[in-house]
Design a protein around this ligand. Structure first.
Ligand SMILES: Cc1cc2nc3c(=O)[nH]c(=O)nc-3n(C[C@H](O)[C@H](O)[C@H](O)COP(=O)(O)OP(=O)(O)OC[C@H]3O[C@@H](n4cnc5c(N)ncnc54)[C@H](O)[C@@H]3O)c2cc1C
Length: 263
């Protein structure tokens, strides 16, 4: 088994270049607004809005994948309103993070997991000379409207800085140099595993219909909790297989409906 540390920003930039090179068109920042149907009333597209310019674009689609992390229930309700008779129970667990300038040259990448003052700090040193610190969570924090950068909060950030100062020693006792502060939301499910499934067509109400079989469908891939970065590539692979009707590389039957419900 191999272990390693992945820098999420570099990873996302790498993937972005790859998907663009493969012909994928990115709409960002965008919000899904509504579904479109053809003359037979079947799902034919999704209308999105550029949240900076308010310009609307219609994207032809007979299949829709819901993959908006903690915002998936909100997106689902916007697109389907009461047309699906299911609940998507995904919440958001907010967590702050810091990126610091390493006080000395980083020669080896370390990851450290510890406990301190009822928190579980995680520290990663990176080859670009930065140190990432996280582990102060805010369970009661409501999931905000999606933004390019969520507004951070003072108290948990100060706690995180205090933890960082106690764990990271600078050569002459000077304060740590902060490069970035962040807040993000882990999409959490009660059962602790993500939902990766096709939403069964029989749960559709009469006013929405999909193309038959592999031609249409509504799918979900959300609720990865604290492991969405690590699980992203595997999820992408199996979801691509699921949407294109290919045999799945892994058994995901336990990630779908249990007794007709997502729970
Ligand atoms: C502090 C912290 C540390 C973490 N550390 C790790 C780690 O070490 N390893 C790991 O594997 N995971 C880690 N995670 C978890 C990981 O970040 C998440 O599991 C992952 O980001 C979930 O990916 P996602 O694409 O499902 O959701 P998100 O990354 O939340 O993306 C959802 C997207 O949906 C968009 N959206 C929202 N509403 C709409 C709408 N109406 N229309 C269109 N789009 C919309 C949002 O703008 C957003 O871009 C950490 C999380 C936190 C908070």
């Amino acid at each position: 088994m191999m272990t390693g540390i992945r820098d999420p920003l570099l990873f996302c930039k790498f993937l972005l270049e790859k998907v663009k090179a493969a012909g994928v068109r990115i709409h960002n920042p965008a919000a899904a607004l509504r579904l479109e149907t053809d003359i037979n009333g079947k799902l034919s597209g999704v209308v999105i809005k550029n949240t900076e310019t308010s310009e609307e674009t219609s994207i032809p689609a007979t299949k829709v994948l819901l993959a908006a992390g903690s915002w998936t229930p909100q997106v689902f309700n916007t697109l389907f309103k009461d047309r699906f008779s299911i609940d998507i129970p995904i919440g958001g667990l907010g967590g702050h993070s810091l990126v610091l300038k390493a006080p000395s040259k980083v020669t080896t990448c370390h990851s450290i997991y510890t406990t301190m003052d009822a928190h579980s700090p995680e520290i990663y040193s990176r080859p670009n000379g930065e140190i990432y610190v996280a582990g102060v969570n805010s369970p009661g924090l409501a999931v905000p409207e999606p933004a390019l950068k969520a507004a951070t909060m003072n108290q948990p950030l100060e706690k995180l800085k205090d933890i960082a100062r106690r764990l990271i020693v600078t050569p002459s006792g000077e304060d740590l140099e902060i490069v970035r502060e962040g807040l993000c939301f882990r999409p959490v499910t009660v059962r602790g595993t993500p939902y990766i499934a096709r939403l069964t067509d029989e749960k559709l109400a009469e006013d929405t219909s999909l193309k038959e079989g592999e031609e249409g469908g509504v799918f979900i891939a959300a609720g990865h909790g604290p492991w969405g970065i690590s699980l992203s590539l595997g999820t992408g692979k199996v979801v691509a297989e699921m949407l294109s009707g290919k045999p799945l590389s892994v058994d995901i039957s336990s990630l779908g409906f249990l007794d007709g419900h997502l729970r």
